[in-house]
Structure formats: structure tokens, C-alpha cells
Write a protein that binds this ligand. Structure first.
Ligand code: RAT
Ligand code: ZN
Length: 430
């Protein structure tokens, strides 16, 4: 039994945080059976929406958004490489991610030579199924949860009439943003396609049907940036006044369809608060057009309090919301906090959030999720986060040990496992 000291706990922690097998509770990865929807390889890495957004800040004026998005993936990737990796040093987080990924794949020489062709040649040699397994093994990710959207036709067709078996590395999640948005028109379209009634019962049947196909870990939605729960009285009372109004609003859909079906099937609801969708529509073709807004954390608290039998998972996009959210999480038994999302998935913010969360929640939260869209991003997103989370945690253990607390290496590993998947599984199983 290795007993740690204030001197040995730091190196031990940094080693163990690199080794621990994590659970990735939210990604956009899809299995190889989804064909071109499964993103992998250098050209997908270079055209990740974080990088395309960055590229437009330095792109020559004649490269309009229209022109760029009309190009092939290969041409787009050439432009991003030239603009962000050749003409300047790739110091941003998303750029560094590409370099970490290539280094982890043993492509240092090609990177040093700025040899994009050589990099492409390496990827072209990979056989996909092996490559998937290899990446999960290298990233030390036990499994990742996908984002499965039933009303996106080209995606849904891969599951019908029932889900095909996929690698045990990927689990499913039923994504239902249109319900939380109160987008009754788009829900009706989906109901029509499935031959279901355009009623609240039809909507419930639709959720049940897709939950039956996916057997998801949870239902997930990102809420509109101005989401309020309960809906302000003014908005609700307007509805009967609108003569042609025949649909349901966000709160009704949540209370009368989503929550009852989740209760019935014992499914948690994972929420993502604070994305300001379509802030910069020019970038929407690459998924990069969204901004961030401070969300109403009190609405989340009200929702959890109103439905104590439903489990909620939550992450927020705005740094400004993080402190109040952490307090709400500490007080709310049916709520679990996960990850540093998107604009918060930057080293300086991960460090700050990990410290604050540890100080208030101990190990009862999930320190990170990757949100990967491209397979190989698992390498960099997890490498970077492991390092930062590890460094952020060291002082807490040193302080504890200086007080005479006896800590074994095994106990340290247990804690790291809790923070990177164990607490999630415990919450889900409770
Ligand atoms: O981080 C992202 O890739 C975003 O585009 C969103 O998809 C976000 O993660 C989400 O799940 O809504
Ligand atoms: Zn996401």
C-alpha cells in the first residue's frame, strides 16, 4: 500500500490523472456504420467549427463565407491550414488541439515540415474500425455518449427500423432541442413523418418510440438562451389571445411530454444552458454561428424542485453562470453537474472551474466531457483536460496531507475516477 506525502502526492496525481479511464458523457461522435456522418481524419479536424470561426478572423477579405462554404472539404482544410498553421503559430486552444492530436499519432515529423499531404497520407492508410478502437484506447476513454437526433432524417435512417449494434465504446442519447424550444411546428413535422397524431399524446408517443429505438442514457436538450421556467405569466397568457394558436409552448411540452415520458422510462434529462443560437448566421453552415449568453440558473433550480423524481444533468456555457450553478448543484439532490462546455473548454477556465467546483462539491461532479465532433479530438480534448484538472487538484491534496491525513495511492485513484466518470455513473444509478 503506497501512502502518499505532501511531496509525493503531486507527481502521483499527475501520473494517475493521465492513466485513469474516463467516461465521456457528451460528444457528437457517431459510429462507422453512419458512413459520412462519422467524422474523422485531418480534414475534419482542420474544418472543426472552432477553427473555421478562427480562420475567418485572418482570412483574406476576398474569401467570403459563401465562397468558403461552397468549397470542398479538402479546399477548406487547405485554407485553414495555410491561414492558422502556416502563416502564424497555432497558439489558440483549438489549434493546439490539432497539434497535440498529430503528436499523439506520431506525426511530429510531418507537423515540423508543415507537411499536410504527408498527414493526409497517414490517415488514408488507417482502417476505420481499428482506428476507432485505437483512438479510444489511446485516449483512455471507456465509452463516450453520442448525440442522436431523431428528427434529422439522414441520421435517423441509420437506426430504423431499430438500432443496429454499435461499438461498446459508444452509447446513445436522445437529443430533443425542439421540445425545450417549444418549436411545435418542427415537432409536428416529425410527428407527421412517423404517422403520429399532432397532439400532446402524439408527441409523447414520439419520445417513447425513439427512446425505445436508442435505449439512451438520457434525453438531452440545449435550451434557448432566454429560456425561463416556469414560463413568464405574460407569455403564457398571450396564447389564448392568438387566434390561430393551435400548438404547445416550451413549458407545456416539457411538463406534459418530456417529464412524464422521462418519469415513465426512468430517463434523466441532460440540459445545456446558455447557447445563443445563430448569433452569427454567416457561420451556421459549419455549426460555428452560436454565441453565449448568461442563462437563468433560477429556472433550472425551479425545474429540479418541481420534478424531484426526475434526475437532471447540467452544464452551462457562460463563465458568468458557473458560481451560482455550483451552489444550486450543491443544494439539489436530483441535479448533477458535468463538464466545461465549448467556450468554457479552455485551459484557463477549466482550471478555475475545477478549483471552484472541488471547493464546493468535493468529488460529487463530473469534471469534464469532450463534446468531440471528430473522432481524433478525443486525444487532445482529454489530454489537455487531464493535465489541467490534475494540476488544479494537487494543492487540495497537499493541504490535506499537511494536516496529517493519511492517503493511499488507491484512494487517490478512486477520487480521480469519481471526477472523470464515477460520480456520473453513481448519480445515474441512484
Ligand atoms: O460544441 C459544439 O460542438 C457545439 O456546436 C454544440 O453542438 C454543443 O456542444 C451542443 O451540444 O449543443
Ligand atoms: Zn455538444
Amino acid at each position: 500500500q503506497e501512502v502518499l506525502t505532501p511531496e509525493t502526492v503531486g507527481p502521483a496525481l499527475l501520473e494517475d490523472v493521465r492513466d485513469v479511464e474516463v467516461i465521456d458523457v457528451h460528444t457528437h461522435l457517431l459510429p462507422p456504420s453512419h458512413g459520412k456522418l462519422m467524422l474523422w481524419g485531418i480534414d475534419e479536424l482542420l474544418t472543426y467549427h472552432y477553427l473555421v470561426s478562427e480562420y475567418f478572423m485572418v482570412a483574406p477579405a476576398e474569401i467570403t463565407h459563401e465562397l468558403f462554404f461552397a468549397k470542398t472539404k479538402l479546399e477548406q482544410s487547405d485554407l485553414v491550414w495555410q491561414g492558422l498553421f502556416v502563416e502564424r503559430s497555432p497558439i489558440s486552444e483549438a489549434c493546439q488541439g490539432v497539434i497535440t492530436t498529430l503528436q499523439r499519432l506520431g506525426l511530429e515529423r510531418q507537423v515540423a515540415d508543415r507537411d499536410l499531404r504527408g498527414i493526409r497520407a497517414w490517415f488514408a492508410q488507417q482502417s476505420l474500425d481499428e482506428h476507432v478502437e485505437n483512438i479510444f484506447r489511446l485516449a483512455k476513454v471507456r465509452y463516450a455518449v453520442m448525440t442522436n437526433i431523431p428528427y434529422v432524417e439522414e441520421e435517423a435512417q441509420h437506426w430504423q427500423p431499430e438500432a443496429k449494434p454499435v461499438t461498446s465504446r459508444l452509447r446513445k442519447a436522445l437529443r430533443i432541442d425542439n421540445f425545450l424550444k417549444g418549436d411545435w411546428a418542427s415537432i409536428c413535422e416529425a410527428l407527421k413523418k412517423e404517422g403520429l397524431d399532432e397532439t400532446m399524446d402524439g408527441a409523447k408517443e414520439y419520445l417513447r418510440k425513439w427512446a425505445g429505438i436508442y435505449k439512451p442514457e438520457y434525453m438531452m436538450a440545449s435550451t434557448p438562451h432566454d429560456w425561463r421556467y416556469p414560463e413568464p405569466a405574460a407569455a403564457a397568457s398571450m396564447k389564448p389571445l392568438v387566434k390561430a394558436y393551435a400548438g404547445f409552448g416550451a413549458s407545456e411540452l416539457l411538463e406534459e411530454a418530456v417529464v412524464p415520458v422521462c418519469e415513465e422510462l426512468s430517463l434523466p434529462i441532460a440540459l445545456k444552458l446558455g447557447a445563443w443560437r445563430g448569433m452569427s448566421p454567416d457561420l451556421d453552415p459549419c455549426c460555428g454561428g452560436d454565441g453565449v449568453a448568461s442563462a437563468d440558473v433560477a429556472s433550472l433550480q425551479a425545474l429540479c424542485a418541481k420534478f424531484p423524481k426526475v434526475k437532471f444533468l447540467v452544464t452551462v456555457l457562460s463563465r458568468a453562470n458557473q458560481h451560482e450553478l455550483t451552489v444550486v448543484c450543491q443544494k439539489t439532490r436530483n441535479l448533477h453537474l458535468y463538464g466545461c462546455w465549448w467556450y468554457c473548454n479552455n485551459p484557463s477556465i477549466i482550471e478555475e472551474l475545477t478549483k471552484m467546483r472541488t471547493e464546493m462539491l468535493g468529488t460529487a461532479y463530473t469534471a469534464q466531457h469532450s463534446d468531440c465532433r471528430v473522432l481524433e479530438q478525443l486525444l487532445y480534448k482529454w489530454d489537455h483536460s487531464r493535465q489541467i484538472i490534475g494540476e488544479a487538484l494537487v494543492p487540495y491534496y497537499q493541504r490535506l496531507l499537511r494536516k496529517g491525513w493519511r492517503l493511499t495511492r488507491e484512494e487517490l485513484r478512486r477520487d480521480l475516477q469519481l471526477l472523470l466518470g464515477g460520480s456520473y455513473e453513481a448519480f445515474m444509478a441512484r
